[in-house]
Design a protein around this ligand. Structure first.
Ligand code: SF4
Length: 254
């Protein structure tokens, strides 16, 4: 297990089956989602996508311990108060995670938006070893970064080669659902869909979903979290966990 001020890993290196990528360990950053820090919004599409109530931020340990929620709020407030100091902490922690992974002989993967949707590729410069970089991705070319996003315009950008983005679907708002569908069609980006239950997701796995809007095959997105290893042009099928199980907004489908 790796633990630092900004990111943490569960300690389980996941084996990527059937390819030459080897083992990865993922460290994730958890912030207080949407406007819960009361200092700014780290999920600008949450209102439109209707995902805040069913947000994964309350799944797992954070749903049980208020101290975890408070720590995430404090971390998010640090992000808004001093971006420069926050980025310096993040660089220090990712560098430590890279060393930790090297010692364990696994490859380092990082998900910065565990419970947020920040556009890290824009206006987030940082310094590493005295050199200034335009983004954290440029500062750590040896790390594979990946995230889910509801900000569909990000899929049209030319993203760094070590950053993989998967669009996140919701039917809470038909305009948002249409925009995601259109973006997926135009960019080829993968789309994650949260289904009501594992049984529902499993029943769709391997089949085309929602033709003619999507007309894409559903894969099991819970087998591994390593979204950068997914085939292109698929629906990444997840099933609802934590408060998402009770979601009625349309974020959870089925
Ligand atoms: S589901 Fe994602 S975008 Fe929505 S509130 Fe949670 S972290 Fe933010």
């Amino acid at each position: 297990m790796f633990k630092s001020k900004t990111i943490r890993s569960g300690g389980n290196a996941k084996t990527i089956k059937g390819d030459k990528l080897g083992n990865y360990e993922t460290a994730i950053m958890y912030l207080a989602p949407a406007s819960q820090s009361l200092m700014g919004n780290v999920c600008p599409m949450a209102g439109q996508a209707g995902c805040e109530l069913g947000c994964l931020s309350k799944a797992g340990r954070a749903g049980m311990f208020s101290s975890i929620v408070e720590a995430r709020i404090a971390k998010t407030q640090r992000y808004f108060k001093s971006r420069e100091t926050f980025m310096a902490d993040l660089v220090k922690d990712i560098a430590a995670f890279v060393r930790y992974c090297a010692k364990k002989q696994v490859k380092a993967a990082v998900r910065l938006n565990g419970t947020s949707d920040i556009q890290w590729e824009v206006a987030h410069p940082c310094s590493r070893d005295g050199v200034t970089y335009t983004s954290i991705f440029a500062a750590f070319p040896e790390v594979q970064f990946y995230d889910y996003t509801k900000i569909y315009k990000r899929a049209y950008r030319s993203l760094p080669s070590n950053y993989s983005l998967t669009l996140s679907y919701s039917e809470a708002n038909p305009a948002y659902a249409d925009a995601i569908t259109k973006t997926a069609r135009e960019t080829g980006a993968n789309v994650a869909v949260v289904y009501r239950s594992k049984a529902h997701r499993d029943s769709l796995t391997g089949f085309y979903w929602r033709a003619p809007q999507f007309d894409r095959v559903v894969i099991d997105g819970d087998e591994t979290d390593m979204r950068f290893t997914d085939p292109k042009g698929v629906i990444v099928g997840l099933y609802a966990k934590g408060p998402a199980k009770r979601d009625t907004s349309g974020f959870v489908v089925g």
